[in-house]
Structure formats: structure tokens, C-alpha cells
Write a protein that binds this ligand. Structure first.
Ligand SMILES: Cc1cc2nc3c(=O)[nH]c(=O)nc-3n(C[C@H](O)[C@H](O)[C@H](O)COP(=O)(O)OP(=O)(O)OC[C@H]3O[C@@H](n4cnc5c(N)ncnc54)[C@H](O)[C@@H]3O)c2cc1C
Length: 372
């Protein structure tokens, strides 16, 4: 391992988790975040649901590793395992159960009565049943972020907040220009800038086709007897929607998606009607809920919705750790470990996540002569 400083751009879960693992591996680390506080964007404005069973083949494995790293972090109550109930058409629930079995995630198939017993707010919602995942639940995101910052500082890492940076690539490797004009060059630069990653890299000629997709969250009140320990409920069918208890009411999302430029997306008030409609169908007891607050943030996706992690083949000292989509709070700690190992050349990133897959094939790479 070289003694050069690794610069991590972005103080969301991807950057914090990568920087923590770099420090654990003995590397010198500098984490730079443009906002005055860490986790200001997606990592601080999400639903905080730890959901280890979905249709991605790698989620359950990464969630299991993240859970272990959460224990290493030593934050009491960081994951409140109040259970996640996944509802949906029978074939979808079957497929999720298969996924859970493959990864030995504890689960149980429930009929509609069993669902209502576990999650009383879905009583009367119809449907054919669901999948109960008792070990999943809700993260204390603030505590996790503070613990990561604490670990970084204790390890002597530099943490620069309020420090937007620019990236460039020179024959000597990647360079990062800090807000005060100073330049860092030497070791790897990890791009963990969420929705901004592609624009940041693009100015250094390394853009990738990532998309920033807005999603709304709502805080709802006016629902009788919301038990703070009620499980998370996720309708996984075509009318996707989820909710969980929060501050005496419910936190819910209609799982909307709209592409936009990286930044603070505007709120679309019409989403409230979509949420009410979807919630009403899934959980009639919630149909009369009143909207207390609506907010948005962006999730960042590669076209294939797989993570983007590993060295850029055009400039290998630039290491991507982005495209966390809607799974970043669940998988982020494990992804940080993978990114740190890739940045230090200790282990290659998983092939399915490599950024090179998003580049057009090099001329002649398919065996056809490039010309002349
Ligand atoms: C509405 C919503 C609900 C969600 N719910 C869940 C959920 O329940 N469970 C789950 O697992 N996931 C959820 N997610 C997904 C999760 O929040 C994201 O996958 C994760 O936060 C992405 O983390 P990140 O570090 O890649 O990005 P971010 O948290 O956005 O961090 C990127 C950071 O880079 C900084 N930055 C950008 N450009 C620069 C620059 N030039 N210089 C310095 N710093 C820069 C930004 O300020 C930002 O802080 C949700 C997301 C949204 C939007």
C-alpha cells in the first residue's frame, strides 16, 4: 500500500463508509464534502429503511455485511429490527421468498390474516399475502453518520466540510482542487459524490451515464393508534408504496421517480394524491391520513441499476463509489468496504459493479478490425 493520501469526495454514506474503511486499513484519508455538514443530501433525507430482500441479486449479501459492519461501528440501537412486511402479487412475493432463501435471510410467508396480525394497519387491504422479514427494520441514520465521522476523526483522517472540489486528470494521476485553491494529488481519488458524481467526473473527461431521480417522502398524521413498533410495510407491486411509523405519525413514499439535474429537486404537490391513492389500496386504515410535510431528494442510478464501484479504466486512480440508487442506507457500509479495498489495490471490485461496463466498447474490442 502506498503512503499517499486517498481523497474521498462526498460526505454521504458512500464517502463516509469508504473513508472509514480506508482508515481501518491504515491509509491516510482526506474526506471532502461541499456542504457545511455531512449527509445533507440523499444520505440525510431518506426513509432509513433497512431492507435486505429485493429483486437485486447482490442486496441480501451486502446487507448482511453492512449489518456486521454496523455492529463494528458500535452504535447502540443503530438498527431497530421491528420487521419489514413485503406485500405484492403472489408471483412477486414468491420471487422475494426465493431470494431470501438463497441468502439465508430469516423470513416467513404469511397469508392475509398473518399479515394483519404482524402489521395491523394493513388489515382489510386484500391481497394474497406477504413476506415477513423480522430482522430488517429502521436505521438511526443520524447516529450512524455521527459514529462514522467520530471514527474518522479518531483515526486522524482529515474531514473537510463546506469544501466543494473539482477533479482533473493529469499524466501524473487524478488531482482534486479544494475550495481554497490548493491541489491534492498522489493516491487515489474516490468519487462518492452521489447525484453529482457524473458531472464532477465529466469536467475531467470521465463522465458516465448516471441518472439522478427525484423521489418524494411524506410525513402523515391523523392515523389512529399508530404503534411506534409497527413494522415497515412495503407494497412491491406495480403501484409501489411504503410506510412506517415516524414521530407519532407515518413516514411514507409513493415510490415516484422523475429524472432531473443533480441538486435540490422541486416538490411536486400532485404526488400527495398518488400517495393517498396507493396507500388507501394497500392499507385502508391509513386512507384518511393527513399530509403534514412533503419533501424530496434524489437517488442516483446507472442504466442497469447496479452499483458503480471500482477504478475508471480511463484513469485508474479515479475510483467510483456511486449509483447507490434506493439501497444506499442498507448496503452502504459494505459498499464502502469494497470501494476502500479497490482504491488501495487490495481486491478488485465485483465485476458487475465495475464502471467500465457503462462505457462504449473500445473500437475493435468485439474482434472486428477498427479500420484501415
Ligand atoms: C427519498 C429517498 C428515500 C430513500 N430511502 C432509502 C431507504 O429507506 N433505504 C435505503 O437503503 N436507501 C434509501 N434511499 C437511498 C439512499 O438514501 C442513497 O442510496 C444514499 O443516500 C446515497 O448515498 P451517497 O453517499 O451516494 O450520496 P449522497 O448522500 O447524496 O452524498 C453525496 C455527497 O457528495 C457531496 N458532493 C457532491 N459534489 C461535491 C463536490 N464537488 N465536492 C464535495 N462534495 C460534493 C454532496 O454534497 C453529498 O453530500 C433513499 C433515497 C431517497 C432520495
Amino acid at each position: 500500500m502506498s503512503g499517499e493520501t486517498v481523497v474521498v469526495v462526498g460526505g454521504g454514506i458512500a464517502g463516509l463508509a469508504t473513508a472509514w474503511q480506508l482508515a481501518r486499513l491504515g491509509a491516510r484519508v482526506c474526506l471532502v464534502e461541499m456542504e457545511p455538514a455531512a449527509a445533507t443530501h440523499a444520505s440525510g433525507r431518506n426513509a432509513a429503511i433497512f431492507r435486505s430482500v429485493d429483486m437485486h441479486p447482490d442486496t441480501a449479501g451486502l446487507a448482511t455485511r453492512s449489518r456486521a459492519l454496523l455492529n463494528d461501528l458500535g452504535v447502540p440501537g443503530a438498527l431497530r429490527a421491528r420487521g419489514v412486511l413485503l406485500l405484492g402479487p403472489e408471483d412477486r412475493v414468491d420471487a422475494l421468498a426465493t431470494r431470501a432463501r438463497e441468502h439465508t435471510v430469516r423470513h416467513e410467508r404469511l397469508d392475509p390474516n398473518g399479515c394483519a396480525r404482524r402489521a395491523p394497519l394493513v388489515a382489510g387491504g386484500g391481497g394474497t399475502g406477504g413476506l415477513w422479514v423480522p430482522g430488517d427494520g429502521v436505521l438511526d441514520v443520524h447516529a450512524v453518520v455521527q459514529a462514522l465521522l467520530g471514527r474518522l476523526r479518531a483515526a486522524g483522517a482529515e474531514v473537510l466540510l463546506g469544501c466543494p472540489v473539482a477533479l482533473s486528470v493529469t499524466p501524473g494521476g487524478a488531482q482534486v482542487r479544494l475550495a481554497d485553491g490548493t491541489v491534492r494529488q498522489g493516491g487515489a481519488v474516490v468519487l462518492a459524490a452521489g447525484a453529482w458524481s457524473s458531472a464532477l467526473a465529466g469536467r475531467a473527461g470521465l463522465g458516465l451515464p448516471l441518472r439522478a431521480m427525484r423521489r418524494h417522502l411524506a410525513h402523515l398524521g391523523g392515523v389512529e393508534n399508530v404503534d411506534a413498533e409497527h413494522p415497515v410495510v412495503w407494497g412491491t407491486g406495480p403501484d409501489e408504496v411504503y410506510f412506517r411509523p415516524e414521530s407519532g405519525g407515518l413516514l411514507a413514499s409513493p415510490c415516484d421517480e422523475a429524472e432531473g439535474p443533480p441538486g435540490e429537486p422541486p416538490i411536486d404537490e400532485t404526488v400527495a394524491a398518488l400517495l393517498a391513492e396507493r396507500l388507501g389500496r394497500l392499507a385502508p386504515a391509513v386512507a384518511g391520513a393527513q399530509l403534514r410535510r412533503l419533501w424530496t431528494c434524489q437517488r442516483t442510478f446507472a442504466p442497469d441499476r447496479e452499483f458503480v464501484l471500482g477504478p475508471d479504466p480511463r484513469a485508474p486512480s479515479v475510483v467510483w463509489a456511486t449509483g447507490l440508487g434506493g439501497r444506499g442506507m442498507t448496503c452502504g457500509l459494505a459498499l464502502g468496504e469494497l470501494a476502500a479495498r479497490a482504491a488501495l489495490g487490495l481486491a478488485p471490485a465485483p465485476a458487475a459493479m465495475l464502471p467500465g461496463r457503462l462505457l462504449p466498447p473500445a473500437p475493435g474490442a468485439d474482434g472486428v478490425a477498427a479500420g484501415g
